[in-house]
Design a binder for this molecule. Sequence first.
Ligand code: TRP
Length: 332
Amino acid sequence: MNRIFSGMQPTGNLHLGNYLGALRNWVKLQHEFETIFCIVDLHAITLPQDPAELRRATREVAAAYIAAGIDPAKSLIFNQSTVHMHAELAWILGCFAPLGWLNRMTQFKEKAGKDRENASLGLYAYPVLMAADILGYKATHVPVGEDQKQHLELARDIAGAFNRRYEMEYFPLPEPQIFGAATRVMSLRDGTKKMSKSDASDMSRINLTDDADAIANKIKKAKTDPHPLPDSEDGLAGRPEADNLLGIYAALSDMTMHNAIAENAGKQFSAFKRDLVDRAVAVLAPITQRMRELTSDPTEIDGILARGAEKADAMSAPLLAEVKRIVGFLRP
Ligand code: TRP
């Protein structure tokens, strides 16, 4: 049986990059895999979070999952902190993760910055918690972006270390799930930077909560260059903004980059942007609309999360009990 686990942190606003780069692909995976999509609130508090904002963002991510097409009847949707396996297994797995491995994690170095002494143990242990998320369900495949590959690699190493110590093939080694067509959406203000929920400028991203006017305004103001659109992929060299906007156009239209270039060759940005706005609004409006419905009355979302947590708990509790037995914990 093949099982997918993935998650997003409930921090900041979800944006077009999250949709085209992840959510849209997760929706397709529901048909081929058993799928678990978590809202990783335990990971969120590795950096300081405002409690009310954390609760709001947790519901918003759940709403985005569902609005994007993740079906709670097909996929498990829950927030991490409601299932105790995650924290408990993370502790056990942490005892199989040498400091040498953790010290190599580039994301910790980036997030901790220069002030390493003030970074928390939680931020340092972040990848171990992620390993627990994945291994706690014996997930076989994990859709992750480039920035999370090293963490997935670590999860494999920890699984291997556990298996070797107890001389059994207990945890399957999770594989990255790569998408041929996954779109790397860049900032609307700088085509060399990823679109990010932590970017100070809201004009740099299209939020999944933006209405049609906001989307139109942001695309209209998006950075460009003075040349018309190229007629070949080669013509995109050194033109990151043209590359990004065409990539978004292609993804929103479900077409290849090659076809998107052919369709828009020689156009001025002003005309191209009008078409791009139409496509962005056509794809995003129904999602935004559904998200608004879901977040306006949290009863439905909270019910979905509670039922998801119950199922996730039933699924992971036996594994946790087995791991405890393997490790040698007495259960009198
Ligand atoms: N670290 C991931 C991110 O920030 C989120 C995450 C937590 C995750 N646990 C996971 C992703 C398990 C995949 C599998 O993007």
